[in-house]
Design a protein around this ligand. Sequence first.
Ligand code: NAD
Ligand code: UD1
Length: 340
Amino acid sequence: MKCILVTGGAGYIGSHTAVELTNAGYDVVIADNLYNSEISAVEGVRKITGKEVAFEQVDCLDKNAMEKLFKKYQFSAVIHFAALKAVGESVEKPLDYYRNNLESLINVLSLMKENRVPNFVFSSSATVYGQPEELPATETTPRQKATSPYGNTKQICEDIIEDTVNATNGTMSALALRYFNPIGAHPSALIGELPKGIPNNLMPYITQTAAGIRKCLSIFGNDYDTPDGTAIRDYIDVTDLAKAHVAAMVRLIDKQNKTPYEVFNIGTGRPFSVLELVEIFEKTTGVKVNYRITGRRTGDIEKIWADTSLANRELGWKAEKSIEETLLSAWMWEKHLRGL
Ligand code: NAD
Ligand code: UD1
């Protein structure tokens, strides 16, 4: 059985991926410092899969602890989710973001080299595209200068990975998955997103408003050049996203990759505006979301969605969930969290 190290595996996307990898027959070791997550997520993964998925509380910045981890297990691959991800916070604390996101990656890649672990999957983001001139965004759409230190860490990390695998004479391969906007929760409602404090992202703000925790959702701008004036994104179900990691793993382990470093967009290809998302949420759940239109949020782009044909073709993966299923899962998770 292949053993996969999942750094940041107690977090939102990592926990869903740990479930899908375990269900696909991989042995999973979750390594997380629980900075932005809780052990309950690991318990959720164990409950859903019925397996004693291993958990190690380590910080990827702690080289000694990470060395021990690589000696304790024989990993066939690493999926590296561990990172700080709050865009606004990254503007205030750039060094924390550069230190955590870059040093963690460098530690992991160095240990992979030392321990001859050949396969690596990285959590990148559609943020690397900025506002593309042509839509949908393909993998060859030029990256634009990052508008935040967080976004910059994703670009630099992609470059570090590419340079590293290119210097290994084919002994190491990597895939960078550029996620569009992950939303929703596992259908069991045992794991989901756990935002700390006031959510920055749209989906948890919608569910918290629906649950009465927030009074009113602010919709940031209705004067964009879009059909209803609100901004457009590509919202991808977190379970679909998790399955893309299994497809990526199969590609690497079966040596199906065409070059040592590959990049894939992971989205649905379906654009939705903020207003559309709110309206579909209300219709699907039967719960009203109190909202008002406010000014644009600094740094926001107008519209982006993915061309996913490369991932569809090469990974044999496709987003399957309907937007209604995804929004319902987000609502079931919020209700579970609040005991509603
Ligand atoms: P998350 O915060 O829920 O998960 C990240 C996990 O990494 C957390 O459990 C945190 O405790 C852990 N972590 C952070 N630094 C660590 C360190 N030094 N050592 C060990 N553990 C550490 O975030 P998420 O939404 O699951 O995101 C996972 C990855 O996907 C991140 O790299 C993020 O940048 C990327 N991503 C997320 C989104 C999104 O919208 N959620 C979009 C694009 C890319
Ligand atoms: C944000 C980050 C991006 C990151 C992604 C996933 C910014 C500028 N970008 O993307 O780098 O990869 O999260 O973590 O922060 N919205 C509202 N009201 C709200 C919240 C959001 O109207 O209370 C709107 C936003 O203006 C946007 C859409 O909803 O149009 C989605 O916002 P959000 O969930 O924050 O994701 P992004 O901004 O796309």
